[in-house]
Ligand binder design. Structure first.
Ligand SMILES: C[S@@+](CC[C@H](N)C(=O)[O-])C[C@H]1O[C@@H](n2cnc3c(N)ncnc32)[C@H](O)[C@@H]1O
Length: 201
């Protein structure tokens, strides 16, 4: 489905960002203060790179960012960022933790290629969201948090319930900057209680 380039698309482009999705992260981060200097962060769904640009600026040279996407990034990366052009279903996150330790924050803007058929898109998004939720539980430090994009669907509550077991608080966010017709929303899972659950994938 071809997306219309609205005023936020052009605003993002003029500000040097590759995608309008940057405004959703700015909006959520301004309210919840998630991204901080020197943090070690995992980013899922990074192409073309607008979130990546903002995150690397905010963590500064003392932080570390590990970004993932099926597609190549469309920007030059600063030294504190590493990009993996990988399918998150196949990547060995266990080895990433062994090499780098656990993470302070997981940010997921993962989205399937949409077909326009609502239930197909919802199911594909459900699978990506569930994978991101599992990865948050697996890769984050105790007390760390995750922000995960999803398409609202009949099974969204299953993931919210799972996150509520692993994290102290879960907030459902529908950003003002999301397209009006979009059924996307973000699940903000705050303060991992890593002792509470330990699932293996
Ligand atoms: C909304 S876009 C991300 C936009 C990006 N956050 C930005 O601001 O520039 C969603 C991304 O999820 C990626 N994606 C979907 N399924 C994936 C998978 N299995 N593994 C890795 N990336 C995936 C897509 O390739 C797509 O680039």
């Amino acid at each position: 489905m071809k997306k219309i380039k609205d005023h936020l698309f052009w605003k993002a482009k003029h500000a040097g960002f590759k995608a309008r999705s940057i405004y959703k992260l700015i909006e959520i981060d301004e309210k919840h203060r998630l991204i901080k200097k020197d943090q070690k962060i995992i980013e899922l769904g990074a192409h073309p790179g607008s979130w990546t640009k903002l995150i690397t600026e905010k963590i500064g040279s003392g932080g570390a960012l590990y970004s993932f996407d099926l597609s190549p990034l469309e920007m030059n990366l600063p030294p504190q960022a590493t990009y993996y052009q990988e399918d998150i279903y196949n990547f060995d996150f266990g080895s990433l933790i062994i090499e780098n330790g656990r993470f302070d924050l997981l940010l997921s803007d993962l989205a399937p290629k949409t077909t326009g058929i609502k239930w197909v898109d919802q199911e594909a998004s459900y699978n990506l969201t569930y994978k991101a939720a599992l990865l948050a539980q697996k890769t984050l430090k105790n007390n760390a948090s995750a922000l995960i994009k999803t398409f609202q669907g009949p099974r969204t509550n299953e993931i919210v319930d799972f996150l509520k077991i692993c994290f102290k608080k879960v907030i459902i966010i529908k950003p003002i900057s999301s397209r009006k017709e979009s059924f996307e929303m973000f699940l903000l899972a705050l303060t991992l209680n890593s002792k509470k659950i330990n699932l293996t994938e």
